[in-house]
Design a protein around this ligand. Structure first.
Ligand SMILES: [Zn+2]
Length: 211
């Protein structure tokens, strides 16, 4: 633990040497343009892999980057990011080799977490035919990682927070990316939602509710 504090001091010194005003400026405000919803996996650290300083990305992470519309934690982050920080982009970023996705594909009980991972099983079930057609287990897992991102991207867009932002005329785009731990590179999966016409009729709501 001592070592962690020493590392922190050294980092703060380096940042100040580079930009003496850095922390003072940061203390006054944050102005991130991006909300990152990613996996809690220690190898998928948003700021580091984007090579961005503190203050640039608003971050929410959980196991397997899930967007569950009853998750008050995620919804609060989303609301604050969209309504107060007025981010222009929400990115859901999954990653290949995701332990959560892998566990969801296996049939063994792991405990409480099974209830969280059920959301990934639901994605699997909706694409069971396509996934069954992929013979290689690794390729099948990779595809489920991508499909999971697709669904979570839609879940963000279907939220009342995002729908209300669009109704107010706020420019807001939801994107789905995937990260490969093996080469450190991000891939744009091309999943983009830019307006209510793309979220499915049943999810569209008119009139501003509580969020
Ligand atoms: Zn993961």
């Amino acid at each position: 633990m001592e070592d962690l504090f020493a590392r922190n001091r050294a980092w703060a010194d380096r940042m100040r040497a580079r930009d003496p005003e850095f922390f003072r400026r940061l203390a006054r405000q944050q102005a991130p343009r991006l909300l990152w919803i990613g996996c809690a996996d220690s190898r998928v650290a948003a700021n580091q892999l984007l090579d961005l300083d503190p203050g640039t990305v608003f971050v929410h992470r959980n196991i397997a980057n899930l967007v569950v519309h009853t998750d008050i934690n995620m919804l609060s982050v989303l609301q604050f990011a969209v309504e107060v920080l007025a981010v222009a982009q929400v990115v859901v970023c999954g990653h290949y080799g995701c332990g959560g996705v892998r566990a969801a594909m296996a049939g063994r009980q792991l405990g409480l977490i099974d209830n969280w991972l059920r959301h990934i099983k639901d994605v699997y079930d909706q694409h069971a035919e396509e996934l069954a057609g992929i013979a290689d287990p690794g390729a099948r897992e990779d595809r489920l990682v991508e499909l999971n991102v697709l669904h979570q991207t839609l879940h963000v867009a279907r939220s009342t927070v995002v729908q209300n932002a669009w109704a107010r005329g706020q420019k807001l785009e939801v994107r789905g990316w995937v990260y490969a731990i093996e080469d450190g590179l991000l891939r744009d999966l091309g999943y983009r939602v830019r307006g209510p016409e793309e979220i499915g009729a049943i999810y569209r709501m008119v009139g501003e509710g509580v969020t």
